[in-house]
Write a protein that binds this ligand. Structure first.
Ligand code: PMP
Length: 397
C-alpha cells in the first residue's frame, strides 16, 4: 500500500465538501453573546444562539464573577482533575444546589456535555446490554453508545411502538435494555414522549438516559426540564444530563441521578477521571445562573410568547415548520445550497440564522435553525419574519 501524506489524505476530501455546499465555517464574534451582535464584522440580530434565557451576558452573573475574583478563596483555573486537587468548594456547592433543584440524590459536574454523554454511556452500559437510541439523538449520545461495549440499536424518531418491539426482544433475550433519548431534540426542537418511554421502561425493567441539554432552563416548573414539564419524576433507573452552555449561559454539564450512579461515574468514568475540572469561576457563574433560572418565570413566559409569535407568523408566510413547541424552530428547506442562500440573504438583511446541513441533519433535510431567546424583543421577531417573507418571495436562489 502506498504511503500517503497528510496533505494528500485531506486535500481532496476538503475540496469535495466545498463542492457539496457542506464546508463548515466558524463565524467570528466581535461582541458578547446577546441578540445584537457583531459577527464577521457585520452588525446583526443573532437568531442561532442557545442562550435561551439571556444569561450569557447577564449583569448579575458578571458582577458575581468580579466579586469572586476579588475574593482570595478563588482562583481562575482549577489546576487539576476533580480527583486530584481540582474539586473546589464552588464545584461542590454547585453540585448540591443542582441536586436540590432537581430533587435527585446526587449531581456530578463535567467540563462539557459531550464528555458527560461519553462518560455516562461508556460507564453504565456494559457488555451484554443493549442501548436503544432515538434515531435523532445528539452526536455525543451516538458516539457514547458506539464507544461502549453494549450492543447499539436505533429506533425511528419518537416511535415508541418500534421502541417497544426492541424492548420486548431484549427482555426475551434477557439483555439489560438502556433507552437513550434527547429530552428536546437539538435540530428539530420536538420533545421526546417521556411519559410513554417511562412507562415502557418500567414494563421491561429498562433504564432511561435523558439528555436534556435544551430542556433545563426553558421547560418545567422553575426550569427543571422536560421530565418536569410532563409532570414526571426521575426514578433510580433514570439518569438525566444537562448542559451549562445553553440556558445557563456558561459552559460545562452535569449528570443527575442516584448516589450509586454518581459514585460509579466518579470511580469508573474515564472522561471524568482523566480531565481537568472546569474552572472555579465557571462554577461561581453557574451557581448564580441557577438562582436566576429558578426565578425566571417572566423570561420563560416571554420565550413562550415569542415562540408562538414566530410560529404564527411563519405559518402565515407558508414556511414549512416542525412540530416544535420549544425555542428551536427549524425551517425545512431541503437541499444545502438553498439553506445556505436563505441564510446569506438573511445576513444581508441583518439577521444571523445558521444553515444546518448534512451530516448534522439527514440528507435532503437541510434547514435554517432559528432559535429564540427571552432576550429577543417581539419587534426583532417581527423583523425576522419580514426578512423570511422576502426570502420566500425571491426564493433566494
Ligand atoms: N447534547 C445535546 C442535545 C446538545 O445539543 C449538545 C450541544 N450541542 C450537547 C449534548 C453537547 O454539550 P456541550 O456543548 O456542553 O459539549
Amino acid at each position: 500500500m502506498a504511503i500517503e501524506s497528510l496533505q494528500q489524505r485531506f486535500t481532496e476530501r476538503l475540496e469535495q465538501r466545498r463542492k457539496q455546499h457542506l464546508y463548515r465555517q466558524r463565524p467570528l464574534a466581535f461582541s458578547p453573546q446577546q441578540p445584537l451582535m457583531k459577527i464577521n464584522g457585520i452588525d446583526c440580530v443573532n437568531f442561532c444562539s442557545n442562550d435561551y434565557l439571556g444569561l450569557a451576558n447577564h449583569p448579575q452573573i458578571k458582577q458575581r464573577l468580579i466579586t469572586a475574583l476579588q475574593n482570595s478563596g478563588i482562583s481562575y483555573g482549577s489546576g487539576a482533575a476533580h480527583l486530584v486537587t481540582g474539586h473546589h468548594l464552588e464545584h461542590h456547592l454547585l453540585e448540591d444546589e443542582l441536586a436540590d433543584w432537581l430533587g435527585v440524590e446526587r449531581v456530578l459536574l463535567f467540563s462539557t456535555g459531550f464528555m458527560a454523554n461519553l462518560a455516562v454511556l461508556q460507564t453504565l452500559a456494559q457488555k451484554g446490554d443493549v442501548i436503544l437510541g432515538d434515531k435523532l439523538n445528539h452526536a455525543s449520545l451516538v458516539d457514547g453508545a458506539l464507544h461502549s461495549e453494549a450492543d447499539f440499536k436505533r429506533y425511528p424518531h419518537l416511535d415508541t411502538q418500534a421502541l417497544e418491539k426492541r424492548l420486548q426482544q431484549a427482555y426475551q433475550e434477557q439483555q439489560q435494555a438502556i433507552i437513550v433519548t434527547d429530552g428536546v431534540f437539538s435540530m428539530d426542537g420536538d420533545l421526546a414522549p417521556l411519559a410513554k418511554i417511562q412507562q415502557l421502561a418500567k414494563s421491561y425493567n429498562a433504564w432511561t438516559i435523558i439528555d436534556d441539554a435544551h430542556g433545563f432552563g426553558p421547560l418545567g416548573n422553575k426550569g427543571r426540564g422536560t421530565l418536569n414539564h410532563f409532570g414526571l419524576k426521575a426514578d433510580d433507573n433514570t439518569v438525566q444530563i444537562g448542559t451549562l452552555g445553553k440556558a445557563f449561559g456558561c459552559s460545562g454539564a452535569f449528570v443527575a441521578g442516584s448516589n450509586t450512579v454518581i459514585e460509579a461515574l466518579i470511580q469508573f468514568a474515564r472522561p471524568y477521571i482523566y480531565t481537568t475540572a472546569s474552572t472555579q469561576l465557571n462554577a461561581v457563574a453557574v451557581r448564580e445562573a441557577l438562582q436566576i433560572i429558578q426565578q425566571a418565570d417572566n423570561e420563560r413566559q416571554q420565550l413562550h410568547d415569542l415562540i408562538q409569535q414566530f410560529r404564527d407568523g411563519a405559518e402565515a408566510i407558508g414556511l414549512q415548520l416542525w412540530d416544535s413547541p420549544t425555542a428551536i424552530q427549524p425551517i425545512l428547506l431541503g437541499d444545502s445550497s438553498t439553506a445556505l442562500s436563505w441564510s446569506e440573504h438573511l445576513k444581508q438583511q441583518g439577521f444571523w440564522v445558521a444553515a444546518i446541513r448534512p451530516p448534522t441533519v439527514p440528507k435532503g433535510q437541510a434547514r435554517l435553525r432559528v432559535t429564540l431567546s427571552a432576550s429577543h424583543t417581539s419587534e426583532q421577531v417581527q423583523q425576522l419574519l419580514a426578512a423570511l417573507k422576502s426570502c420566500r418571495q425571491t426564493e433566494c436562489k
